[in-house]
Design a protein around this ligand. Sequence first.
Ligand code: NAG
Ligand code: NAG
Ligand code: NAG
Ligand code: NAG
Ligand code: NAG
Ligand code: NAG
Ligand code: NAG
Ligand code: NAG
Ligand code: NAG
Length: 610
Amino acid sequence: MKGAYLLVLFLSAAVFVLADDAFRPFELIVHREPDTLCCTHLALRETQPFRGLPEGGYTTSRVLEAGQERIHFIAREEDSVWARAEALCGDKHTWDFHTLVHDTASLTFDVRPGQVVLRPAQEDPVPLEVEPLITSGDSDNRVDLVFFADGYTAEEKGKFVEDSLRLAEDISSNQTFYTVKPLLNFWAAFTPSKESGIGTGGKPKDTAFGLYRDGTELRGVYYSKPEVARTTCFSLGDQCDYPILMGNDPLYGGEVITPSLANGPLVLRHELGHSIIDVGEEYDGGYAYFGVNAANDTTLDKVPWAHWLTNLSDHNHHDHEHASQAHAVSPNTARVERSVMPLQDYAWTMLNTSAAWSTKFNSSGTYAWHIVRFSLSGIPDAKDLIVELDGKDLGWVPRGDIGVDRWHYDIKINKTLKGGEHEVKFSLKNKTREGEAQLCSVEILEFGDESEFVSTPGHYSLYPTFSETNETTYRPTNEDCLMRIVTTPNFCKACTEGLWHALLRRVTLIDSLAVGCSASGERTLDLTLVPLAHLREQPVDVDESYEVTWVRDGVEVREWTNQTSVTDAGDAFGSYAAKVRYWTEEVRVDADGLLESEVAYVVMTPCARS
Ligand SMILES: *[C@@H]1O[C@H](CO)[C@@H](O)[C@H](O)[C@H]1NC(C)=O
Ligand SMILES: *[C@@H]1O[C@H](CO)[C@@H](O)[C@H](O)[C@H]1NC(C)=O
Ligand SMILES: *[C@@H]1O[C@H](CO)[C@@H](O)[C@H](O)[C@H]1NC(C)=O
Ligand SMILES: *[C@@H]1O[C@H](CO)[C@@H](O)[C@H](O)[C@H]1NC(C)=O
Ligand SMILES: *[C@@H]1O[C@H](CO)[C@@H](O)[C@H](O)[C@H]1NC(C)=O
Ligand SMILES: *[C@@H]1O[C@H](CO)[C@@H](O)[C@H](O)[C@H]1NC(C)=O
Ligand SMILES: *[C@@H]1O[C@H](CO)[C@@H](O)[C@H](O)[C@H]1NC(C)=O
Ligand SMILES: *[C@@H]1O[C@H](CO)[C@@H](O)[C@H](O)[C@H]1NC(C)=O
Ligand SMILES: *[C@@H]1O[C@H](CO)[C@@H](O)[C@H](O)[C@H]1NC(C)=O
């Protein structure tokens, strides 16, 4: 509803006119079991503004790693959010699961005996000391990322703050989130744990959030107290949009963040990609492919990144010219790069020296080149392991400083795999590595030649991705995106654009408009903008600009264009409005007008002359 203003009257001099943007809506988060539809967690609160909120509210839903469905709903009216909550989880009087509801008028219902309706006041969040790491503005107009400490004792607080700062800087100083950094705040929220480190063998230690590993192997880290983490984030209100649970362990943590030197930043930025941009995977073998970087239809207007395609003339017509190619191109159908995945095995197997681990696959023999892609942990030395394809040693060497941490390897072979059966084999050579040496995953990918499969970085087309059940979807680039290649530090352009959109739904470009009088009795209007473009503290290597337009009593004041501070006659009455438009080469489509903001002010009394 553009142009609808909420009038806030002050008893004093002026009428302050806030744009629609400033309206605080209500937010609901529900987790439920997909089969029984039983809710297991619900949080309901007032939340910071959500721009371009559709009339009926905004809903997203996704499946979490553990199989649960997470539903997120935002609406203007508190009643709509309660109605949705009851539609999803049944009558609120019957709720017997973990619930976080901030104190609102609707919370005056009676609590039945035995019912667990927990409010922050009742279930004390763990004690927190919150420190700023990298901040750019007030939490009600920023997206706030908060690191929470698990397995850090009181004496290890300094280490926690250092670990958090190192990760925050890694992902925001010169890569990944660096261009959107002025829209973000990073905080470190410290809670001392009684024991140092995280649990192993399925048993949590006595720590704030009870993180643990299943065995000792580096497959993932699990939460034993998810409700404590949620309550703690909830208790911070606007200051916690995305909680990051940091387990005090030097190695790979799966979805949970650890300060692992090799894996910490890489897991963090990948998981934030999922949660902030709301996209699925781009790597093969996943179960969820959705969002701005995924297509399951090759019709051009169903491809979310159609406006980023490198060479549109490659995608529209000319069936006759390339009739011999395997990918058929018909009108309005995008070209698909030619590749196939003949083998995929998420083995997660411990290796031993008594027998090698091996598996077979068939090739069609019709592709120009191939890749052997695998990930390992617990194998720090090239002498410890031999990786072979059809009996030929592939010459695997570990990443230099990897130690026993997990890492990903690609061995590219620029040759056609012959038609028929092939074998890939992993032989552990060092017995003392048993119990730690693990093959996490292995995959073979085959590709057409450069005319059938453009492998050049920066090329945008439709690249096939194969799911855990070998279903095909498409992604925008070969390997430009960290949602596919976790060792890559950046998103592709489609994801980066999605990131801007997602963040600018929660952040308006205008932090404030201060209207006052100068000492000499002139009217002053000072606009504070989110520090992008020429207002950045650290310049970035992308093209961007701010354009500011001022309107006084409905008439544009051209001489004020692009100024953030202007002065007018002290005895002038009437309305002032500022329109701000941000432009960046990272956004090509802005259907909801998220790169524009407005603010207005009505002056009713003159400045007193001193
Ligand atoms: C960012 O800085 C890190 C550490 O200084 C460096 O390793 C990395 O290559 C830099 N990335 C870019 C894109 O400059
Ligand atoms: C294909 O994508 C559309 C839009 O993202 C989605 O609604 C649909 O469920 C997807 N279909 C399959 C089979 O994945
Ligand atoms: C764009 O695609 C057309 C048609 O396939 C091709 O002839 C042309 O060389 C391509 N241009 C570039 C820059 O790749
Ligand atoms: C996936 O399907 C393609 C053909 O659709 C097939 O060639 C390939 O071998 C399959 N891969 C796996 C791992 O099943
Ligand atoms: C050694 O590894 C092989 C291949 O994974 C497996 O079949 C075998 O059971 C393992 N042996 C022992 C003693 O774990
Ligand atoms: C490869 O193809 C042959 C012939 O169809 C078949 O006998 C064999 O089982 C296949 N191997 C694998 C690993 O699928
Ligand atoms: C494979 O080698 C050929 C010939 O040297 C080269 O033109 C082509 O770019 C290479 N392909 C890849 C994917 O490296
Ligand atoms: C085998 O691994 C151990 C550490 O687990 C290492 O000390 C030893 O040097 C390795 N042996 C060889 C032959 O590389
Ligand atoms: C205002 O700034 C925009 C963006 O930099 C620029 O395109 C425009 O020409 C400027 N207008 C004036 C009047 O300076």
